[in-house]
Structures are given as structure tokens and as C-alpha cells.
Design a protein around this ligand. Structure first.
Ligand SMILES: NC(=O)c1ccc[n+]([C@@H]2O[C@H](COP(=O)([O-])OP(=O)(O)OC[C@H]3O[C@@H](n4cnc5c(N)ncnc54)[C@H](OP(=O)(O)O)[C@@H]3O)[C@@H](O)[C@H]2O)c1
Length: 309
């Protein structure tokens, strides 16, 4: 089968669409014929070698953590899903790869709602799991005021909607060109960078309850100040989080938090109710994956980058 892999760490030129053996669904897993699959910043962090100590991979490594497709193999012990079902889900996160391919083995999945296109569903699962994991940890619910730093990207756009669906009030930081976009998803937008404290305080005079940092841009001291305590802040992106007493939530590698797999079915149900969507920044064919990685590397994709097969 065709798969997007790299055989050595390096720039986008090390990416190759290779012919590799098909994987098969082991116990508790399913295999899908992939229709669409997500690109996440971790893919190019992995490819570049920047994560080689924290998350070493066996080379060649097939990239991709999430996908949507049609089930064609069901492993032993699996119930509730049959060959032919359309699903979206996540690979075994300990392996952190394998979804950017014609066939992928999923460890966690939900039925694909008709309300999401293949592209939207293909890029949904990883960010839904991440956002749910952090919103659970921060106990976001009715009446919570949540600040999301880096609200216009893949995780932020999903987190805004899932938090709003829980009854939270959401403030999201983004570049000015993304304010209307972020507002359309249910957050009050403001600009990140110097003066953030004053801007957020003007929007939430009683303060914010909790903060999700999706940016890892060095703003944790300001974010802790706004929340009033480091235990009210969770970062998914700042490797220096511990320095500020902030929890860095990860789905894989040492110290990983348990995956919040319940989020997938919840997001699917919200999508069917018209309360959840996946903004797709751009779609590329797998043969054009280098352009997808280059867009991710800009750090300014609006929503999710997706590969189609
Ligand atoms: N730990 C985990 O479990 C986990 C899971 C998924 C992702 N992550 C990490 O979380 C981060 C975000 O992932 P993602 O998929 O959402 O990335 P993404 O889609 O590439 O997000 C890019 C967004 O970041 C915004 N941005 C850029 N500079 C910013 C700044 N200084 N302050 C605030 N926002 C800024 C951009 O908005 P503007 O264009 O408006 O500037 C853009 O929309 C990445 O570092 C990723 O590796 C971690």
C-alpha cells in the first residue's frame, strides 16, 4: 500500500510516498481503508528529529495519528462496528504513526457522522481527543470561563466548540486576521502577545477560571497570572511548562496522560446536532504531502491540515 514515511530525520525532502506492507487489525483494533488523514505539528517535529529523545521511532516511520475511512477488518474482541462502516479514529498513540496511508489500524474510533465530510472527519480525532483530555482535566463545564491561547489552529478550533458545548464562556487568542473566524466558532477573540493580560481582563473583569495553552509561545507566566494559579492552566505545547508549575498534557511518551477517548463519540453527536465542525485549513493529496508539512511548519494554519487518499 501507499504510505507517507521518512527513513531518516530531516527537512521535508526526506518525506516519501513508499510502497509498504499493509498492516492488519490485531485484537481490539480495526483496520480502515483511509479516505482522509490529518497532519499535525507533531508529524514534522517527529520528521525533523526534534522529538527523537522523547519519542524515538523505528525508521522508516509511517506518519499520522488520525484518519477516517471505511472499516475492512475487525480484530478479535471488537464489537459495535462492522466492515463497511464509516468511522474516524486514532492509531495506537504509543506508536504515534501509521495513519497517513491507504490502510490504517485504529485503536480508538467512533462512527463518522454524516455531518462531517471525509476531510473533516479525517482530521478530527486527534484534536478531539486532545481537547477533551484537557477540558476534562480543567473540569470545564457550565459557567466556566476558559481562555484558549492559540485558538485558531487545529486543537484550538476544536476546543472552542467542545468547551462552548459544555456551557463554558470561551475567550480565544488569534492573529487579527482570524478574529472573525474564531468568533464564528463560539469564542470571544483577542490578540495574543504583549498586553494580553489587560485585553483579557477587559473582556473578563471577574477573571478567567482556567486556561488551555495551545501555542507554547512563552506566554505561560501571563497565563498563570490570568488564571491565578498554575494548576488552573494546562499546556499542550510548551516544553518549559514545568518551570512555571504548569502541567504539560501529552498523549504519548513518558508521563503521558490517559487518552480521553470518550470525546470522539461526543463530538460526533454534537456534529449531528449542528454544534460541532472541523474547520479544514487545506487539503492535499498524499503525493503532495510536502506542501502539507510546509504549511504546518508556518505555525499559522487556520484549522486542520488534511491529506486525502
Ligand atoms: N500534547 C498534545 O497532546 C498535543 C496534541 C496536539 C497538538 N499539540 C501541540 O499543540 C500545538 C498546537 O497544535 P495545533 O495542531 O493546534 O497547531 P496548528 O494547527 O499548527 O496551530 C497553529 C495556530 O497557532 C496560532 N499561533 C501561532 N503563533 C501564536 C502565538 N504566538 N500565540 C497564539 N497563537 C499562535 C496560529 O494562529 P494565527 O494564525 O492566528 O497566529 C495558528 O492558527 C502544537 O505545538 C502541537 O504540537 C500537542
Amino acid at each position: 500500500m501507499k504510505a507517507l514515511q521518512f527513513s531518516e530525520y530531516g527537512p521535508v525532502s526526506v518525506l516519501e510516498v513508499a510502497d509498504v506492507p499493509e498492516p492488519h487489525a490485531g485484537p481490539g483494533h480495526i483496520r480502515v481503508a483511509v479516505r482522509a488523514t490529518g497532519i499535525t505539528p507533531a508529524d514534522w517535529y517527529l520528521r525533523s528529529g526534534r522529538l527523537r529523545d522523547m519519542m524515538p521511532v523505528h525508521l522508516p516511520h509511517v506518519l499520522g495519528v488520525d484518519a477516517a475511512g471505511v472499516v475492512d477488518e475487525v480484530g478479535t474482541g471488537v464489537s459495535g462496528v462492522r466492515p463497511g462502516d464509516a468511522v474516524f479514529g486514532i492509531v495506537d498513540l504509543a506508536k504515534h504513526g501509521g495513519a497517513n496511508a491507504e490502510y490504517a489500524v485504529l485503536a480508538t474510533w467512533a462512527l463518522k457522522p454524516d455531518a462531517l465530510s471525509w476531510e473533516q472527519a479525517g482530521g478530527a480525532a486527534g484534536n478531539v481527543e486532545t481537547a477533551t483530555r484537557v477540558l476534562d482535566r480543567l473540569k470545564v463545564g457550565t459557567g466556566t470561563t476558559l481562555l484558549i491561547e492559540g485558538a485558531a489552529g487545529g486543537v484550538g478550533t476544536v476546543a472552542i466548540q467542545l468547551a462552548a458545548a459544555r456551557g463554558a464562556t470561551v475567550i480565544g487568542t488569534a492573529g487579527p486576521h482570524n478574529h472573525e473566524f474564531v468568533a464564528g466558532l463560539g469564542a470571544t477573540p483577542t490578540t495574543y502577545g504583549p498586553g494580553l493580560g489587560e485585553r483579557v481582563t477587559a473582556l473578563a473583569p471577574d477573571g478567567v477560571d482556567v486556561v488551555l495553552d495551545c501555542a507554547g509561545s512563552g506566554s505561560l507566566p501571563d497565563l498563570v497570572g490570568l488564571a491565578g494559579s498554575p494548576d488552573r492552566v494546562v499546556s499542550i505545547a510548551d516544553p518549559e511548562a514545568a518551570k512555571y508549575g504548569v502541567h504539560l498534557s501529552r498523549s504519548a511518551g513518558p508521563g503521558a496522560d490517559p487518552a480521553a477517548v470518550h470525546g470522539l463519540a461526543e463530538a460526533a453527536a454534537l456534529a449531528q446536532q449542528g454544534r460541532f465542525t472541523v474547520p479544514v485549513a487545506a487539503t492535499f493529496t498524499i503525493e503532495n504531502a510536502t506542501a502539507a508539512h510546509e504549511l504546518s511548519e508556518t505555525g499559522h494554519a487556520r484549522g486542520k491540515i488534511v491529506l486525502t487518499l
